[in-house]
Design a protein around this ligand. Structure first.
Ligand code: GAR
Length: 207
């Protein structure tokens, strides 16, 4: 059974998609051992609690500097002994020491087709605002392994989503979630839990 720890910052709809997929058997061989948030008020924590899943808060605001937060966050995660760390809308940069310890065992969902609209400053609704500003016709979502860069690790899966002329950032965000994120992230976890993915020469291959 794959022990997955899920990191969240906000609404937690991606967390919900994972939980629902476990319920219906679309994600197998997986147990969510904890939900960790930097944000005490995250609705995602309530979703975890309602399922009896351990919820933890580790916020940069509670530490004197970034290094102290990085140490505490890494320690907390390692203490859970997860096989996989899932960033499901986690808007804090992952400590480099955690990336080193969990090479190709951290996955992230990003709401664009990487390498477009990603990197520093591109997160949450901001991604969709920039997509609309630029006027692209196709956007989407990407699941990737996390390396020391920002949105730069090996790509696991991507799904394109059409931009409509009357879209607002909110309507576009919702469509990207419904047509891409809530499908891609559970599927990637299921593939990892069942040994279907390998990273070869920095690229993800199905095995
Ligand atoms: C999702 O759209 C996710 O892709 C994005 O934050 C949102 C969280 O929603 N993540 C990033 O932007 C990471 N760079 P949720 O809390 O409802 O799952």
């Amino acid at each position: 059974m794959l022990r997955a720890a899920v990191c969240v910052s906000g609404g937690g709809t991606n967390l919900q998609a994972i939980l629902d997929s476990i319920d219906v058997g679309a994600v197998t061989n997986t147990e969510i051992v904890a939900v960790i948030s930097n944000n005490r008020g995250a609705k995602a924590l309530a979703r975890a609690e309602s399922r009896g899943i351990l919820g933890l808060v580790v916020s940069p605001k509670d530490y004197p500097d970034r290094e102290a937060f990085n140490e505490a966050f890494t320690e907390k995660l390692c203490g859970l002994a997860p096989d996989l760390i899932v960033l499901a809308g986690f808007l804090v940069k992952i400590p480099p020491q955690l990336v080193t310890r969990f090479g190709n065992r951290i996955v992230n969902i990003h709401p664009s087709l990487i390498p477009s609209f990603c990197g520093v400053g591109y997160y949450g609704l901001k991604v969709h605002e920039k997509v609309l500003e630029r006027g692209v016709k196709i956007t989407g979502a990407t699941v990737h392994f996390v390396n020391e860069g920002m949105d730069e690790g090996p790509i696991i899966s991507q799904q394109a989503v059409r931009v409509e002329e009357d879209d607002t950032p909110e309507t576009l965000q919702r469509r990207v979630m419904e047509q891409a994120e809530w499908i891609l992230l559970p599927k990637a976890i299921d593939d990892i839990a069942n040994g279907r993915l390998a990273v070869v020469d920095g690229k993800v291959r199905r095995v």
